[in-house]
Ligand binder design. Structure first.
Ligand code: A3P
Length: 296
């Protein structure tokens, strides 16, 4: 995509993420109570962070006091790899209150061993490849992530994407890693699709709560807590918060760039039917026999 990628264990990692990932693999010790949110960038990570943080902390912080109202979700639930990069300087991360919630873009097989081996929970979110590609492209154009990186033109970037050369790609292998892990151990990995959450958020808020072992009580349901959380974490609400209109993450990423359109199917405004066909064919061959489908 114009940034340098490094192939490691079958995946294309942004060069800037390699050291943090190795650091996480080496130092991170998962606790059974941890919740790890995983995704390919631009698949709905920010939304998932806001939801899981709000659900997990609903008995600790009232919704109108949520730190999400004054901080970007990436600050409230930071990235595992970027935290651990600073791990020696930040040993108190070890003592964060339970459940500790972290996010990472690492593929399943690259995760620190202790995440796979402990009882901690993994929640994965994915998104159809065309919208992910378009969202990613806008994000790159909006933020100067690397000083000297020049984004490729859209055709070249798309061609590389289809070859699997994309940050944290191949796209299909990233998704299949978590999909298969979820099939094997549904108690461990919850597999979500952005499009399903957009279609109806309510059952997903409940599903996440059940999955992390804190289902909504009939009392809470009666009080409308599920709706309150859904509304707090909605695209419109998060996007319109002052903190998300201004402000930067790590001094280079604009908070606002995490809330662009928040729609399903925006690819149609940016990609040709021939590009879509190419991806549809790829999806059929890559996901053949897996039981996984994307409606495009
Ligand atoms: P678009 O660029 O298509 O608008 P990530 O959080 O993984 O970086 O993904 C960003 C994408 O999720 C962006 O997609 C962004 O607009 C969308 N998004 C962010 N918050 C959302 C929310 N609360 N509900 C729905 N979509 C959201």
């Amino acid at each position: 995509d114009g940034r340098r990628l490094v192939k490691y264990d079958g995946f294309w990692l942004p060069e800037i993420a390699v050291r943090p990932i190795f650091s996480a693999q080496r130092y991170f010790k998962a606790k059974d109570s941890d919740i790890i949110l995983t995704s390919i960038p631009k698949s709905g990570t920010t939304w998932l962070k806001a939801l899981v943080f709000s659900i997990a902390n609903r008995n600790v912080i009232s919704i109108d006091q949520s730190p999400l109202l004054t901080s970007h979700p990436h600050t409230v639930v930071p990235f595992l790899e970027f935290n651990l990069y600073l791990f020696q300087e930040n040993p108190h991360l070890q003592d964060l209150p339970s459940p500790r919630i972290f996010t990472t873009h690492m593929p399943f097989k690259i995760l620190p061993d202790s995440i796979r081996e402990s009882e901690c929970k993994i929640i994965y979110i994915c998104r159809n490849p065309l919208d992910q590609f378009v969202s990613h492209r806008h994000f790159l154009l909006e933020n100067k992530i690397e000083k000297d990186a020049v984004p490729l033109d859209i055709d070249a970037a798309f061609d590389l994407f289809c070859q699997g050369i994309h940050p944290f790609g191949p796209f299909w292998d990233h998704i299949l890693g978590y999909w298969n892990a979820g099939l094997k151990n549904p108690e461990k990995v919850l597999f979500l699709r952005y499009e399903d959450l957009k279609e109806d958020i309510t059952p997903h808020v409940k599903k996440i709560a059940e999955f992390i072992g804190s289902p909504f009580s009939p009392e809470e349901e009666k009080q409308g807590v599920v709706d309150q959380i859904s509304r707090l974490c909605s695209f419109e609400n998060l996007r319109n918060l002052e903190v998300n209109k201004n402000g930067y993450i790590l001094k280079v990423l604009k908070n606002s760039s995490f809330f662009r359109k928040g729609e399903v199917g925006d690819w149609i405004n940016h990609l040709t039917p021939a590009m879509a066909e190419r991806v549809k064919d790829l999806l059929v061959s890559k996901f053949d026999g897996s039981g996984l489908i994307f409606k495009i």
